[in-house]
Ligand binder design. Structure first.
Ligand SMILES: [Zn+2]
Ligand SMILES: [Zn+2]
Length: 278
């Protein structure tokens, strides 16, 4: 389990906010890792997917279980393709190398490459890629114009209801705006009340976002190279250590403290590199 812990530690240094749970029972020393992977951090229209990974006791000889859910900002066919790709990575890991970080990176790259592709507007069901996009606080994607029209309809309904209500009931008419997809109450003032006057501003922002996206895509590929380089070094180190461990096993299972220390230093170094990349 030590190598799994070290890899999860490295994972947490690369990805902010990864939730790690350790099972407490001694017989069942598995780890559960959960994270919402986004195509671009801090970007409202980021595509995202929730990844849950169960790392079993015998990992990496025993493959981890990977579950993807809540796809946002990518089309259903793209999400299914991502699931197949991840299954393939897990199945093809025949040399039993650590693959947790690789899977995270693959999801992130895939989301960046495929965000908003083949995605339909939740309201009009037409393709999203053509015009400015609005994303609700519950991560539902729709055309800005469709969302505006929806707000108009809501507003007309509220006014009608208030008009028709008995005088003492007028104040009690509910005027909450609900998400047109999941009916969650939308509370973002900026989104709701100023939305109509801000529509042009929003269109401008969307254009800017698309520009940043292009730049970030370029940047994302260099980050990927960094991670791949680190992973490659790590795999080499793992192979080297494996040989040492096998030798030690033959000698009677004595653990070489110096080697163990070196290994720990390697991981700390990996973490530092992750920090610099930010
Ligand atoms: Zn639409
Ligand atoms: Zn919603």
């Amino acid at each position: 389990m030590e190598s799994a812990d070290a890899e999860i530690e490295a994972l947490c240094s690369i990805w902010d906010g990864v939730k790690v749970e350790k099972s407490l029972e001694d017989e069942n020393k598995k780890r559960c890792v959960k994270h919402k992977i986004k195509s671009l951090e801090d970007e409202m229209t980021s595509a995202s997917v929730i990844i849950e990974m169960t790392v079993p006791e015998g990992y990496p000889s025993v493959s981890p279980l990977v579950k993807l859910s809540n796809p946002r900002g990518i089309g259903e066919p793209e999400f299914q393709k991502l699931q197949r790709e991840i299954d393939r990575i897990v199945e093809e890991n025949s040399d039993e190398m650590p693959i947790i970080c690789e899977i995270f990176q693959h999801c992130s790259d895939y989301l960046t490459e495929n965000q908003h592709v083949n995605m339909d507007c939740s309201i009009c069901l037409l393709c999203l890629s053509t015009s400015p996009i609005h994303v609700t606080q519950c991560d539902h994607f729709m055309h800005s114009t469709c969302f505006c029209r929806y707000l108009d309809t809501c507003s007309a309904d509220f006014q009608k209801e208030i008009r028709e209500a008995q005088p003492h009931m007028k104040e009690r008419v509910q005027t909450n705006i609900l998400c047109p997809v999941c009916r969650e109450q939308l509370t973002d003032d900026n989104t709701i009340h100023n939305y109509k006057s801000n529509i042009q501003e929003m269109a401008k922002l969307t254009k800017q976002n698309q520009k940043t996206l292009r730049n970030k895509k370029r940047r994302a590929s260099t980050t990927t190279e960094d991670v791949q380089r680190t992973m490659k070094r790590w795999h080499e180190e793992q192979r080297r250590l494996q040989k040492i461990f096998e030798k030690q096993k033959k000698k009677g299972g004595i653990i070489d403290v110096e080697e163990d220390k070196k290994r720990r230093e390697f991981y700390i170094e990996t973490n530092r590199e992750g920090d610099e990349a930010d």
